[in-house]
Write a protein that binds this ligand. Structure first.
Ligand SMILES: C[S@@+](CC[C@H](N)C(=O)[O-])C[C@H]1O[C@@H](n2cnc3c(N)ncnc32)[C@H](O)[C@@H]1O
Length: 293
């Protein structure tokens, strides 16, 4: 499969996969052989259409079929969005920020000045699979922050080596609205502004402060390195604190959350929710959490 075709294929979603397969099945009765031939394209991948090999021609036809499907898919999506808006208006439902509002909701314009650092200095403690999970969680963090009307000030530090390589698999990440630093957070921010988040800390965070920078350990370790971020903060002489889950819930499970859960809890709190509500919104229902008050 060549790169253009792969890209076109990658753009598909589950809903269209079945449709696409039907269209692409050249043995199927549904396969419309006329349609690609009617197309006006003169070159395909730099080769004249009349000079395409049998295999290239097959790819070319599949590409044309996909273009048709894509158009249909876009039209369906447009209609769905339109209907959703009409229903929302009738029922007085807030659909959240629209595309235009989101485009303007950049960190630089955000009313929220709370900083969040994801510390990526733990590469050597992780196997490739877990490194991949860290980057996946960062993608979720980024998506949540982009959806927010007042995004938090998001930074990746020690962004170099394996973590950067893993991130490079995501095309165009350099243009994301997120700050990338190859250096450690100690080289980037004043020490007194930093608060390392750790479930092992005895300090319970009651509220988020606008001029502080909260550090989340960029680590997926299945608790193999229990307390590593806490010890790091202590040895570096920086403040540390845990999220106040025990203040609100009798929490049976471990209090160690994923990177994106910690971020989302903080984002909800930065938006004005209480910590209690934020925990309920972000943590999965199956976690056994009984309110203490
Ligand atoms: C999967 S945890 C990593 C656990 C790792 N063994 C450690 O000791 O830090 C990812 C990060 O989320 C943050 N975190 C997770 N649970 C937390 C909690 N209950 N309170 C504060 N921060 C938490 C910490 O910064 C932690 O490093």
């Amino acid at each position: 499969m060549d790169s253009v075709e792969k890209r076109l294929m990658d753009e598909s979603d589950t809903e269209t996969t079945t449709v696409k397969k039907q269209h692409l099945d050249t043995n199927s009765e549904n396969y419309d052989i006329k349609q690609p031939i009617e197309h006006k394209e003169e070159l395909f991948n730099g080769v004249e259409i009349s000079k395409l090999t049998k295999r290239q021609m097959k790819k070319y036809k599949r590409m044309l079929q996909w273009q048709v499907i894509k158009k249909e898919k876009r039209a369906r999506e447009k209609l769905r969005t339109k209907n959703k808006k009409v229903v929302a208006k009738l029922l007085n439902i807030d659909l959240g920020p629209n595309r235009k509002q989101l485009k303007n909701a950049k960190m630089v314009n955000s009313a929220c000045k709370i900083g969040v650092v994801i510390d990526l200095s733990f590469d050597e403690l992780m196997i490739d699979k877990d490194m991949g999970k860290v980057i996946k969680q960062i993608l979720r963090v980024y998506t949540e922050n982009r959806r927010a009307t007042a995004p938090m000030q998001l930074h990746l530090t020690s962004f170099n080596g394996r973590n950067k390589e893993e991130m490079s698999k995501h095309n165009g990440y350099e243009n994301w609205d997120m700050h990338f630093h190859a250096n450690d957070y100690l080289d980037v921010f004043p020490k007194e502004k930093l608060v390392y988040l750790s479930s092992e800390s005895d300090n319970v965070i009651k509220e988020l402060e606008q001029d502080k920078i909260y550090i989340i350990g960029g680590l997926v370790d299945h608790n193999a390195h229990k307390g590593i971020c806490y010890r790091k903060a202590v040895s570096q002489g920086i403040a540390h604190g845990q999220l106040p889950i025990s203040e609100y819930f009798n929490f049976k499970a471990r209090k160690v959350f994923t990177i994106n859960q910690v971020f989302e809890i903080m984002l909800r709190v930065s938006e004005g929710k209480s910590f209690k509500d934020a925990f309920e919104m972000v943590l999965p229902k199956r976690i056994n959490m009984k309110p203490t008050i």
